[in-house]
Design a protein around this ligand. Sequence first.
Ligand SMILES: [Zn+2]
Length: 240
Amino acid sequence: MKTDTTKAIIQFGTRQIPYRLYHGDRKRLRVVVSPEFMVDVFAPKTASEEQVQIAVQKKAPWIARTLDKLESYHPLPTPKRYVSGETLLYLGRQYRLKVENGLTRPAKLWGGFLWVSVEDRSDNHRTRKAVKTWYRKRAHETLARYLEKCYAIASRHGVPEPLLVIRAMRRRWGSCSTSDRITLNLNLVQVPVHCIEYVVMHELCHLKHHNHSKAFYSLLSRCQPDWRRRKETLEKFRLA
Ligand SMILES: [Zn+2]
């Protein structure tokens, strides 16, 4: 049972990580990092402040790593409000939206922000349009590049040359047709590059095997030996 709670901080490099400390009837110290970025330390009632601090400090690298992982695996959010400060994902990294009053210009990624300049920044509709246009442009450039890269490998295994279609899809990252057409989800530019490559390679392999047969997976493994690891990361991202 939890008894008293205190708030404390661990120093890890230049980083200060706050945590909540609970003392209770337990034998060993336990650290829990929740998806809400909270760090909870459960310590035995008998442990002194110093003992707890030393034990938590030892776990600091793990805590920092876990927090980082949580941050990069944040589920895909579709920006709903289009106001300054909102988080956007691009190639698996988080950026913040910065909306300024000024001449209407194309959105630009710079210094951790996606800068949008519109005549009236309270006009969310305009901001939304600028952000969407930016994503679409990035998607066309990025997805075409990785398709080319993956096709260079897949073509050596008898995969026919694909036609690329990019559009927003609600339920899938990608799909393919029997007419050698691959459709990729516009929102795929939000996930890390190695996940984009996984989706692209998966669809490319379907151009040769239109099913999930043994032959399909054996082709995929030849084209992309580490596809399972990539798939696992992709599964941490939700389609918005
Ligand atoms: Zn498939």
